[in-house]
Ligand binder design. Sequence first.
Ligand SMILES: NC(=O)c1ccc[n+]([C@@H]2O[C@H](COP(=O)([O-])OP(=O)(O)OC[C@H]3O[C@@H](n4cnc5c(N)ncnc54)[C@H](O)[C@@H]3O)[C@@H](O)[C@H]2O)c1
Length: 466
Amino acid sequence: MSRPNFIKDMSLAPLGRRLIEAAEHEMPGLLATREKYAASKPLAGIRVCGSLHMTVQTAVLIDTLKALGADIRWCSCNIFSTVDAAAAYIAAQGIPVFAYKGETLEDYWNFTLETITFPGMKGPQQIVDDGGDVTLLLHKGFAAENDPSILDHAESEEERILAALVRRCLRERPGWFHQVVPEVVGVSEETTTGCNRLYSMMAEHRLLFPAVNVNQSVTKSKFDNLYGTRHSLLDGIVRATDVMIAGKTCVVCGFGDVGKGCVASLRGQGARVIVTEIDPICALQASMSGLEVRTLEECLPLADIYVTATGNCDIIKAHHMSQMKDQAIVCNIGHFDNEIDVAGLHAFPGVRHENIKPQVDKWIFPDNHCIILLAEGRLVNLGCAMGHPSFVMSNSFTNQTLAQLAIARREYTKVGVYVLPKILDEEVARLHLGKLNVHLTTLSPKQAAYIGVKVEGPYKSDDYRY
Ligand SMILES: NC(=O)c1ccc[n+]([C@@H]2O[C@H](COP(=O)([O-])OP(=O)(O)OC[C@H]3O[C@@H](n4cnc5c(N)ncnc54)[C@H](O)[C@@H]3O)[C@@H](O)[C@H]2O)c1
């Protein structure tokens, strides 16, 4: 049933190659890891599938996993996040890849299924997941083979599409999920929301294979989520709108790692930033960083730009948007598109819609005031720009590669959610210091003994918060 690939345009492959070569210069940790393991090929013959934004940086990760010997299939984890030139570059190497910018939801889930279906109807042995959609499909298919009635409770359009796909699988490949799930050795999960899903499944005793929480590595969440966002939020808003940020009033919903990056991004431009939070600790942090902390309702008459960064649902509802200032810009940078109630916007009585350009839409309310919605409520930095820059993704993807190697070494055999050891986290950081001309101080044995660590690290306890 499987196709060799599904991409937009193979003629973009040379452009993809040039972009990837440029990115490699900014990805020292990932390339050093590739170099270290390329000769021994520790992933030789292992079926690895990935569902992670098919960007230029992800292409460097795929090249790395390939150099380590993996048998790879890939798709994007968002309908808008593919860089078509990067997908073409991967396809041109004969790696099955299913991704184009602007996928339909049907294509998205078909591509996820294609990605987990290796030749001979085999399933993956290892998974690189971002947001958990491969993990979800495998678990949903497995559960539906036990009890197909679980597919009757779909609430959103996307859930209905996923349920229809799984029903088709039950007809066309009966028993397939029970056949392939036991062969999954582990998944490495990239993002906060995907990890939250894993912990929920674990707590409900539903998780079927071991998982590595890559997001928990300090060199992932305290870098990608923060510094990556600080760069790419602005990139997304500016490419989409060209609006001047300086002097504007901006609202950032959620002051976690991503929210902190968003605030820094907007403040760096001279915006006045207001934060909404539900957690008193994060609210106090925001306040003591000099930010106002208000409810969303209080912000509605004031704000020009809204960014959701909570990883939670129902943050900006249609009735909120109906009360915003004329031309207010609304976007989301959290993983899923349920932070902004786009379905409610479609259903709002008397609302009109005008597409300005791809991923930029004007929604006009009956009183003729409008809001500008970016990337249809999907993550703006990948929908309207190219995602985080290479250097920060090198940190994230070095962690991903180390997690895949640990899974291949069968370091995590019991079902559970694991975190990479601190010494590896420090190693990932170390691999990036040279590029920034950082000169590290070396502990003397006396100093090391005094603070109770080894000269070579790890330098902090596992619960240190950075
Ligand atoms: N777009 C990207 O490139 C990118 C990169 C990394 C992570 N993410 C995603 O961004 C989201 C946030 O990630 P994070 O690491 O910052 O998570 P986090 O848990 O550190 O932060 C989320 C914050 O939102 C707050 N929050 C929850 N519900 C809220 C509500 N109703 N109103 C206001 N605040 C609320 C929480 O208290 C928390 O402080 C996740 O979905 C994650 O997967 C996106």
